[in-house]
Design a protein around this ligand. Structure first.
Ligand code: TXA
Ligand code: MG
Length: 347
């Protein structure tokens, strides 16, 4: 695998690779994407093979701008246009009716397509050099933590991905906000750094929560990848107590907290992610990867505060929650796996 810095030459090489039907991993402001020519179904299918992702899970088409939107979208409802005008380029994905030429490999056979115009300069240069749509999910194996650094992509795929453009750490660190604009009223499908109130400033009626009229989507059953370390969400007031249950038994435990530790011992690895949501989000996936390597019996995640700016973080943590409980944990400790937010759990 070559990890490339962003010189013009390297971006040109990456664009050529896409044109030749190969895969290229690239940075966006949210997370790294694993890209293929969205107009080439065989290339898109390689993404699914490499990720081990079920083919029914659609991928996002990334565009440089809205110039050739009609190649992908059948129509853009007025609300979609307003949201696009307000937030593109940026961390917003819009789901709209698909144009006839969009392949089933991209849409998972649905009649809708997800579109995003990213703001990251390297993503933009790549899109400009390539000239078409780039289909890209997060560049992680199915069910794994999303990558927010080039080296994370390498950790996921090793030499199986030939090219990774290196843009350093992703600024936002959580996947884009997804809004469906297919019914009467737009609906928030996945929270991200663009919050519901920011969306509602542009389109006041934006809905949230599952669509009661929609058939239950396939793939909403939890499919938790077996990680190395099980993760539990723990209320703040119980964090130290639950942690001590491990360390008292001389079991290693890893902690992702909102504060510094009050004690230290050799059985505990503690990351203080702080109380600022933006900062917490930016470091979340890197922190989880670090804690996952601590050789701990469990990763304890201190529950995050209430408040809209924590919605996306809470969503990623909750999505990962598994009904399984490790022995010795009480009811208000939700057990889960290191399986944040991957694909297909949307209503
Ligand atoms: O920030 C992001 O969105 C990153 C970067 C690389 O752009 N991409 C990303 O892709 O998170 P992925 O595939 O990991 O997650 C995309 C989500 C999936 O849950 C997928 O099911 C949903 O978008 N999605 C894609 N097309 C859809 C459609 N037509 N209708 C409903 N959901 C769709
Ligand atoms: Mg993903």
């Amino acid at each position: 695998m070559s990890i490339l810095r962003d010189t013009q030459k390297e971006i040109a090489a990456a664009a050529e690779a896409l044109k030749a039907g190969r895969l290229v991993a690239f940075p966006t402001e949210t997370v790294y994407g694993l890209g293929a020519n969205a107009g080439n179904p065989a290339a898109v299918r390689k993404i699914f093979e490499l990720k081990g992702r079920p083919t029914s899970h659609p991928v996002i088409v990334h565009l440089h701008d809205t110039g050739h939107l009609d190649r992908w979208a059948l129509d853009m409802p007025a609300d979609a246009k307003k949201l696009a005008a307000a937030f593109w380029p940026g961390p917003l994905t819009l789901v709209v009716k698909r144009a006839p030429a969009v392949s089933d490999a991209v849409t998972g056979g649905q009649d809708t397509v997800a579109i995003r115009v990213p703001s990251h300069p390297i993503a933009r240069q790549l899109l400009a050099a390539f000239g078409g749509g780039i289909a890209a999910p997060s560049a992680n194996r199915f069910g794994h933590v999303s990558p927010t650094r080039a080296e994370h992509v390498h950790d996921e795929f090793g030499d199986e991905v030939e090219l990774v453009l290196d843009g350093g750490d992703c600024k936002i660190g959580l996947e884009s906000t997804i809004v469906a604009c297919i019914g009467e009223t737009p609906r928030l499908l996945r929270p991200g750094s663009i919050t519901l109130s920011q969306l509602r400033k542009v389109v006041p009626g934006v809905l949230t929560g599952p669509d009661p009229s929609a058939p239950r989507a396939p793939g909403t059953v939890p499919r938790h990848y077996s990680p190395d370390t099980p993760v539990s969400l723990v209320p703040s007031r119980r964090l130290v107590e639950v942690m001590s249950e491990f360390t008292d038994r001389q079991d290693k435990v890893a902690v992702l907290a909102l504060r510094p530790p009050s004690t230290a011992n050799r059985f505990m690895t503690w990351v203080n992610a702080g109380t600022r949501a933006e900062h917490y989000a930016r470091g979340l996936y890197t922190n989880l990867r670090t804690l996952d390597r601590a050789g701990a019996k469990a990763i304890l995640v201190e529950e995050v505060p209430a408040g809209e700016q924590w919605d996306a973080i809470r969503d990623r943590l909750k999505r990962a929650a598994s009904p399984l409980k490790p022995p010795g944990h009480d009811d208000d400790t939700v057990s889960m796996r290191v399986d944040l937010s991957d694909e297909g759990d949307l209503p």
